[in-house]
Design a protein around this ligand. Structure first.
Ligand SMILES: *Cc1c(COP(=O)(O)O)cnc(C)c1O
Length: 368
């Protein structure tokens, strides 16, 4: 018998997504070419409770434009956690600014507020708070630090749609927030992203930047007022996004159900998973295990055992300070201790219990 392949993630695409996408393909042209884009942005604003939302072709693009609109450039520093995907840091480098990589907390794997305070210099302009794997950064502390030092606080909520910090949604609490709808994310459009903010001036600047620098008040045709970018989403992608937003609570609930299934069965093993501190809700984009420090464990062996059982494993993010583009950066101790003991587990809407049981069995076998 051949085992079914267990992917580490897969989107949940149903008839509603197909219906809206077909409609966009058949009818979403000419006068109607922005219809789904506007609806998608409206659905996102409604969900998050922010004043403004701009759909983009990626989260990376949304971050790039947001940082540019804040005027961040050469000579400036932006503080960001060492455990992260490159996409959150790359736009800082695109703009010629310097990412200042600081350590993360051992329990949330998100940026350590004390390390942020220590890293602030007269050149610091912003803090990028990334809600890693659905876990939340300590937003109360970060907001206070940003306020005390006159810094922008940016939330990369690409992995945290559905996560809540004391009643407020991830992505809605900072100077601006960004989201990704890449095919691996909880809400997907294949590729896509969103810029959100409550700051109307910032929104207007990003809107102009997003349209090749053409201000919406400019009456002259094809007249860019400044050098901008082209990071737009298509109407067809936005149609898929509209369907996903109608199902967003169901998609988040699916992620939580899978996490809880793992968590309940891993009880007693020498490992920790994504935390959910009091007053918060974790949307558990990626159920993740971190093996206790004093326990023998090989990430490579687990990945091999997954492979021989037709399970796709996914490594925890490498510390950015290990990557070639950050050569010479100092190694943050918590980040460098975490990654080798950690792994993401498969999670998708239609994964079956017997498939989850196969994953659980392989994980448990590492500690026999
Ligand atoms: C996926 C992801 C991104 C990149 O999103 P794209 O839409 O692929 O640009 C950025 N930040 C985080 C935290 C992510 O998980």
């Amino acid at each position: 018998m051949t085992l079914s392949r267990i992917h580490y993630t897969k989107p949940s695409i149903g008839l509603l997504e197909q219906r809206y996408a077909s409609d966009a393909v058949a009818n979403g042209w000419g006068e109607r070419c922005y219809e789904y884009i506007s609806k998608f942005e409206q659905a996102f604003r409604d969900h998050l409770g922010t004043k403004h939302a701009i759909a983009t072709s990626s989260c990376t693009g949304a971050m790039h434009m947001g940082l540019a609109a804040l005027g961040i450039g050469p000579g400036d520093e932006v503080i960001i956690g060492d455990i992260n995907w490159i996409a959150s840091a790359a736009p800082i480098l695109y703009l010629g600014a310097k990412p200042n990589l600081v350590d993360v907390l051992d329990d949330t794997w998100c940026i350590d507020p004390d390390a942020v305070v220590d890293a602030i210099t007269p050149r610091t302009k912003a803090i990028v708070a990334v809600h890693v794997y659905g876990n939340l950064c300590n937003m109360d502390r970060l907001r206070q630090i940003a306020e005390d030092h006159g810094l922008a606080l940016i939330e990369d909520a690409a992995e945290a749609i559905g996560s809540m910090w004391h009643g407020r949604r991830a992505g809605s609490m900072g100077t601006f927030g960004t989201f990704s709808f890449h095919g691996t994310k909880t809400v997907t459009t294949g590729e896509g992203g969103m810029f959100v903010t409550n700051d109307t001036d910032l929104y207007e600047r990003v809107l102009t930047l997003s349209n090749h620098g053409r201000s919406r008040n400019q009456t002259k045709q094809f007249w860019p007022d400044l050098l901008g970018y082209k990071y737009k989403i298509s109407n067809v992608q936005a149609a898929i996004g509209c369907a996903q937003m109608e199902r967003v609570e169901e998609l988040i609930a699916g992620k939580r159900r899978i996490f809880e299934y793992y968590r309940d069965r891993f009880e007693g093993l020498p490992l920790r998973m994504n935390p959910e501190p009091d007053g918060t809700q974790n949307s558990y984009w990626m159920p993740t295990i971190v093996v206790d420090e004093d326990v023998p464990f090989s990430r490579e062996r687990l990945l091999q055992d997954f492979q021989s059982n037709s399970i796709d494993g996914r490594v925890f993010f490498w510390p950015l300070s290990l990557l070639p583009m950050f050569h010479g950066y100092s190694k943050n101790p918590v980040s460098h201790s975490l990654y080798a003991r950690a792994i993401n587990l498969p999670t998708y809407h239609d994964i079956r219990d017997d498939e989850l049981d196969r994953v659980i069995e392989v994980v448990a076998s590492q500690f026999l």
